[in-house]
Each structure stands twice: as structure tokens, then as C-alpha cells.
Design a protein around this ligand. Structure first.
Ligand code: ADP
Ligand code: SF4
Ligand code: MG
Length: 350
């Protein structure tokens, strides 16, 4: 299905007209694509683990997303990706650390406008759509509740949203059960767009979809980023997908960001042994090259039994004695670069 983005400008105008505040269409935002849209700063999240103990799921996680940029977050299951996503969307309050939008820290209790600004799209769109409501009812309800459209404008806006996500206007009459997985994900994205977000956090948005429709949904995200200038955080274990659509990539391991940088730096010149191992496990991404020594050993350890020193050391093929004692900070690799890696040997190329 083709991606129709013809009404993107209209979407933007609608956002500004209804709000009178900085949004994706804000002239300033368009002038500077490198402007920091969202910043996560030193996020720390722990969960109760019984007997009065807490287990740390996310530790010292910081990153930024610019307007019109897609940041990918990758890492094995359980490394804290969804926990970070929930913090960004305001569904989970971190123990410490902040999330800010265009320089303004979002409070513990977000205002309605702050909630609208960061929208989450889930892996399984079916579970997040009310089966008893038609697409039109869902969208109308949202638009009215947020004071974004009324009267005749409501139907026009619903049609615009369908067009933005590449669905025919007739889809407005449908109910979630009548759509395919890919179409449902488009509807979930339309619902997120209805409230004119500045950033969409997509948590494994294609992993429940047929391979045949994954590329089209990814292309939709890319189109929205380019046409609307919104920021996107794409969480995915699919490295090929991340390489295809992301401008920058953060690699997480055991609750920490272990490497972050521009897409090509991460894929072509990874500096953290964990990144190298992830890429080695997907050899086609690296022109067929595969370093057997870099293959990942064993299962990721549980956050409840976090190793001392570098958390990756029990599985790391490059580990040396220093690694068992000293936690490597996230530092430029190479020196002076804006790519960061948390490894004592981050200057070494693969
Ligand atoms: N609500 C929760 N209560 C207790 N532990 C949780 C909760 N949510 C996540 N965790 C734990 O936090 C860690 C990170 O989980 P998660 O963010 O879902 O990882 P990912 O999305 O990368 O698979 C895991 O060890 C998980 O078991
Ligand atoms: S600091 Fe040591 S254990 Fe950690 S990733 Fe680097 S080489 Fe491996
Ligand atoms: Mg997850």
C-alpha cells in the first residue's frame, strides 16, 4: 500500500492553529533540524523484586532526539527498552532523572498537552484498540476531547489522518477486527497523530507484523518524520529495520546505554564489543563479514544479578582483568567524536 502524505502540511497547520504553541510546524523547528526536541537525562528506574528489595532495570540512561530525527534503540530482551519508552511517554515515573521537551523538563504529572506531545505506539496494535469502536469513533472522540476539531472539521480531519497513514477514507467505518495487522498498526499511528505529537515512541512496532508489510510500516514512519518533522524513537530488535530508517542508534545492555552514535558509525565502525557481537549475529548487515570471536556467549544476565565492573564482562570476548573491577564510562570514541561507547578499549576498531 502506498504512503500518502499529501496532507502533511495541513496536519501541521492544524497543530499550530489549534494550539498556538510550538509544534512540529513551528517555524523555528523547521529552521533547525538539529534542535534538541526530547532529552532523557540520567534516567534511573528500579522495580520491587520482593522481600523489600528493588532491581534496577534502567541505569544512567541519557540521550537526545532532534526534531525530524529517528533514534533507534536496540538490545536484547530485558535490557530496559520498554521501561525507557514508558518513561518518555510519561507512563512511568523514573526513580531519578528527567525527560525534557524543547528544553522544558516534564513534570512528574504531565499536563494534557505534555501527554499529547509524546505518543507511544505499541507492538500489538490490536490490544491497544477498543474492539467496539469504529476507527471514526476513536478519532472523533480524541479530537473532541482535546479540543482539536469540531463540527464539519471533524470529518475532514479524520480523512486527513487516514490519508497520512496511507489508508482509504472508507477505513473510518471499520472496526479493529476487520483490519489486517499492518492496517491496525496504521490506525494506531493515526490515533497517535490525531493529537499532533512532537515525538512518537514506537516500541517494536513491526515485530508482530507479517514480513511482507513490515517495510511499508517502516516507510510510513520515515515519511512522517520527513514530512511532519516529528521526532521518532524506534525500539526494535530488528537491526536491518533500524539501519533502514534510523538516523542515530543507541545500544542498550543491562539497563545502560553502552554505545550511541550516528547510524553509519554504529553499523560500519562499532566500538563496543556488545555492538560488534549484535552485528556479528546479523552478518548480512556487515557485507557478509562475521567474526566468530565476536559472537555473543550465553544469555543476558538478569538485572537482579548485575555483574560488577563492566556489566558485559562475563560475555565479552575482549575482556581483561580491569573489566571485572572498573565500570567503563560512556565516552567519545574516538576522542573528540560525538559517538559514545562505554568500553575501556573503545579506541579499537573491529
Ligand atoms: N513492571 C515491572 N515490574 C518488575 N520488573 C519489571 C517491570 N517492567 C520491567 N521489569 C523488568 O525490567 C527489566 C527491563 O524490562 P523491559 O524494559 O521490558 O526490557 P525490554 O523492553 O528491553 O525487553 C526486565 O528485567 C524486566 O523483567
Ligand atoms: S570494558 Fe571490557 S568487558 Fe566491557 S565491553 Fe569493553 S572489553 Fe568488554
Ligand atoms: Mg520491550
Amino acid at each position: 500500500m502506498s504512503v500518502e502524505l499529501g496532507s502533511a502540511a495541513e496536519h501541521q497547520r492544524a497543530g499550530v492553529a489549534s494550539e498556538g504553541r510550538a509544534g512540529p510546524a513551528d517555524a523555528e523547528a523547521e529552521d533547525s533540524s538539529a534542535e534538541v526536541l526530547l532529552a532523557a537525562d540520567k534516567l534511573h528506574v528500579s522495580f520491587p523484586s520482593g522481600r523489600g528489595q528493588r532491581v534496577t532495570a534502567v541505569e544512567d540512561v541519557s540521550f537526545t532526539v532532534a526534531a525530524g530525527e529517528t533514534l533507534g534503540i536496540v538490545g536484547e530482551s530485558g535490557c530496559g527498552k520498554t521501561t525507557v519508552a514508558r518513561c518518555l511517554a510519561g507512563l512511568l515515573r523514573p526513580d531519578s532523572g528527567t525527560v525534557s521537551l524543547r528544553g522544558a523538563t516534564l513534570g512528574a504529572r504531565r499536563t494534557r498537552q505534555e501527554h499529547r506531545a509524546v505518543q507511544l505506539v505499541f507492538q500489538d496494535p490490536y490490544s491497544s484498540l477498543n474492539p467496539r469502536l469504529s476507527v471514526r469513533s476513536v478519532l472523533r472522540e480524541l479530537l473532541v476531547a482535546n479540543g482539536l476539531a469540531e463540527g464539519e472539521r471533524l470529518e475532514r480531519r479524520c480523512r486527513e489522518l487516514m490519508s497520512l497513514v496511507g489508508l482509504p477514507a472508507g477505513a473510518l467505518d471499520g472496526y479493529p477486527s476487520s483490519f489486517s495487522g499492518g492496517q491496525r498498526q496504521r490506525i494506531a499511528i493515526a490515533r497517535a497523530l490525531a493529537v499532533q505529537p512532537q515525538l512518537i515512541v514506537a516500541d517494536e512496532p513491526i515485530s508482530a507484523l507479517d514480513v511482507s508489510v513490515q517495510a511499508a510500516v517502516l516507510a510510513l514512519f520515515t515519511g512522517l518524520r520527513d514530512e511532519l518533522g516529528i521526532g521518532i524513537v524506534l525500539i526494535s530488535h530488528n537491526l536491518a529495520a533500524v539501519r533502514q530508517v534510523c538516523d542515530r542508534v543507541a545500544v542498550m545492555y543491562l539497563g545502560r546505554v553502552v554505545e550511541i552514535g550516528r547510524r553509519d558509525e554504529i553499523f560500519d565502525d562499532p566500538r563496543h564489543p556488545y555492538t560488534k557481537a549484535l552485528l556479528a549475529a546479523a552478518p548480512r548487515l556487515r557485507d557478509g563479514r562475521q567474526g566468530p570471536a565476536a559472537r555473543l556467549k550465553g544469555e543476558p544476565p538478569s538485572p537482579a544479578a548485575r555483574p560488577g565492573g563492566c556489566p558485559f564482562h562475563p560475555r565479552c570476548p575482549r575482556a581483561e582483568p580491569v573489566c571485572t573491577d572498573v565500570l567503563p564510562p560512556l565516552l567519545p570514541a574516538p576522542a573528540g567524536s560525538d559517538r559514545l561507547a562505554a568500553c575501556h578499549f573503545r579506541e579499537e576498531r573491529s
